[in-house]
Design a protein around this ligand. Structure first.
Ligand SMILES: O=C(O)CCC(=O)C(=O)O
Length: 274
């Protein structure tokens, strides 16, 4: 039997271990698959067309930021094939035997790799997830010893994916800079070297999903998050400090764009995502 240090074995149990059980008021208030259409889906087709569609697209983005602080983008220019390759590799990584994943164990403060629940220490209740995470930008600071070397192709595909998502993030930051009446590069310059962190979350089948969360209530610490959901869904958001929540509708190939705490400091109204 697999060691309990990953969720592989626990997913087969009939009941959930107590370390994952949340207090009642922290448990999900709406079902993971009761999808809401409230979060706008914005096509970026024509964003570079300065004399054409750009103004209209920017307006939609700004309205979405003011309203929810979260929106989805389609026609974003990131190749479908690259997205499906990244998704396939992520699934294959988490399907590896525990010992392969634990070769990249990041417990004990290592700056990247694999961990169950969270790299944050001292948490009273654990998240029901496995995670691979590491910094991908700035390129000169990459520590490839913390990037998984299995499944085959992971490093090359993640490099390409990171590059394309960095381009997309910069395009969106330009829109937000202009919306604040600043020069186009203001936000990217404010981020100096533009860090980027790859985070891949895996939420295995859970014996008692109503008692726990895949990932606890939080805001994202960075400037902007680009999140690729699978079609199962489960991402939830609130704009009234947790009184009510909605489950974000998964849209094939779309990225959920979430403004993080840094974006908030830059005076962009914001959200919390579970
Ligand atoms: O996996 C998800 O759907 C949410 C991920 C998230 O909120 C995060 O990694 O900060």
């Amino acid at each position: 039997m697999a060691p309990a240090s990953t969720l592989t074995a626990l997913a087969e149990e009939k009941t959930l271990e107590s370390r994952f059980i949340r207090d009642e008021d922290e448990r999900p208030k709406v079902a993971y698959n009761q999808f809401s259409n409230e979060i706008p889906i914005i096509s970026l087709k024509g964003l570079d067309d300065i004399d054409g569609k750009r103004a209209e697209i920017c307006k939609k983005i700004v309205e979405a930021c003011e309203d929810w602080g979260i929106f989805q983008v389609v026609d974003h220019g990131v190749d479908d094939k690259l997205i499906s390759e990244m998704t396939r590799l992520a699934r294959e990584f988490f399907a590896l035997p525990p010992e392969d994943k634990l070769r990249f164990d990041m417990s004990g403060g290592k700056k990247g790799g694999f961990i169950v629940s969270s790299h944050l220490q001292g948490e009273a209740v654990q998240d029901w997830r496995e995670i691979v995470t590491y910094f991908s930008y700035p390129i000169r600071a990459r520590d490839y010893s913390r990037w998984p070397d299995k499944p085959e192709g992971w490093i090359a595909v993640t490099e390409k994916y990171s590059e394309k998502l960095m381009e997309l993030a910069c395009q969106l930051l330009e829109v937000l800079s202009e919306a604040m009446g600043l020069e186009k590069e203001a936000l990217t310059k404010a981020c100096v070297d533009m860090d980027q962190k790859v985070v891949v979350n895996f939420y295995p089948k859970c014996p008692q999903p109503d008692l726990t969360l895949g990932l606890k209530r939080h805001t994202d610490p960075g400037t902007i998050t680009l999140l690729l959901q699978d079609q199962v869904g489960g991402l939830q958001a609130t704009r009234d400090n947790g009184k009510t929540w909605i489950t974000v509708q998964p849209v094939e190939g779309a990225f959920v764009v979430n403004l993080g705490d840094h974006g908030h400091v830059c005076k962009i109204p914001l959200l919390c995502v579970v």
